[in-house]
Design a protein around this ligand. Structure first.
Ligand code: SF4
Length: 303
């Protein structure tokens, strides 16, 4: 017997995939959402809407409690001999107390935020969590699993190179397959399927967001970042607070949400500086993107 698992993000593509799986009467259908802890409240509300109107959604999330405790022990046992002061050690140990928010706890553990070059977030907050909490138990029980993923070829060159269907792994004789049924679809095709089923898209699309996922994603567009700062200033307050906490836990004493060049004093700009620089630049130059255009993960778990 097979299980069909749809990874839902709250975005248009994965919602279209869920609707498609229902249209095709995919047997033993499971919809799964990996909660990063860095989503907008509107997305959490939208997932509740999908859960009631479309199909029940199982929420899974990473837990970094053991990693944080291990890191805390390491700091207490080694930082003094590595040249750190007792004040810095106490500050880091205090910062490393688990918060239960996967995104924040992961960054505290790493002592940094993810970046386009070190995009450990998708892997550790989504892919591995779904693997460990959903796929592996089913495979171990002897079921084959089809993993339905909402990626589209026109999102990025990496995604364009993917196949519609491919074998992923074998566990104790059970097989995991990846299936990307909307790979050749346009964004409009996905919205059309919502309409056909009388399902509203995530309201964030009507608020200037071109994608739905972390709020903000460390790879989001410059224009989108400004839109978020205007519409959802509370999200930036949250990130400001996270920058403070992760800085306290980091060995170099500084961590910024967005990767950027250091200023003339060798300091890396925190999120409020990034936003005010963008607002300043907006007045006379605004053509190129400061960051990578979008998350180009091949896992298809971030839109
Ligand atoms: S949406 Fe962006 S920040 Fe969030 S997990 Fe994906 S790549 Fe990382």
């Amino acid at each position: 017997m097979d299980y069909n698992v749809v990874s839902v993000s709250g975005g248009k593509d994965s919602t279209a995939v869920l609707l498609l799986a229902l249209e095709r009467n995919a047997p033993n259908l499971k919809a799964v959402f990996a909660d990063t802890g860095n989503e907008h409240p509107i997305t959490y509300d939208y997932l509740e809407y999908l859960d009631k109107k479309v199909h029940p959604i199982t929420i899974v999330k990473a837990d970094f409690t053991e990693d944080l405790n291990r890191r805390s022990d390491y700091i207490q046992n080694h930082w003094l001999e590595e040249g750190k002061s007792q004040y810095e050690i106490d500050k880091a140990v205090e910062a490393l107390k688990p918060t239960g928010n996967p995104f924040l706890d992961l960054c505290l553990y790493k002592g940094r935020f993810p970046s386009p070059r070190a995009a450990f977030c998708t892997k550790m907050l989504k892919k591995e969590v779904i693997d460990q909490q959903v796929f592996s138990p089913l495979l171990t029980e002897g079921y084959d699993v089809n993993s339905w993923v909402g990626v589209r070829a026109d999102e990025s060159p990496r995604r364009a190179a993917l196949k519609v269907s491919e074998f992923a792994k074998d566990l104790k004789g059970s097989k995991l397959w990846i299936y990307r049924p909307v790979l050749k679809w346009t964004a409009q095709d996905c919205f059309n399927l919502h309409k056909k089923h009388g399902i509203e898209p995530n309201p964030l699309y009507k608020m200037g967001m071109s994608r739905v996922g972390c709020m903000p994603c460390m790879q989001c567009r410059k224009t989108e970042l400004l839109e978020i700062s205007k519409r959802f200033p509370e999200e930036f307050e949250r990130i400001k607070n996270w920058e403070e906490r992760v800085s306290n836990a980091s060995k170099r004493g500084s961590a910024t949400f967005f990767p950027a060049k250091a200023d003339e004093l060798g300091k890396y700009p925190k999120i409020d500086t990034v936003i005010s620089n963008l607002k300043y630049k907006q007045s006379y130059e605004f053509q190129e993107e400061l960051f990578e255009p979008m998350c180009s993960s091949v896992y298809g778990l971030c839109e």
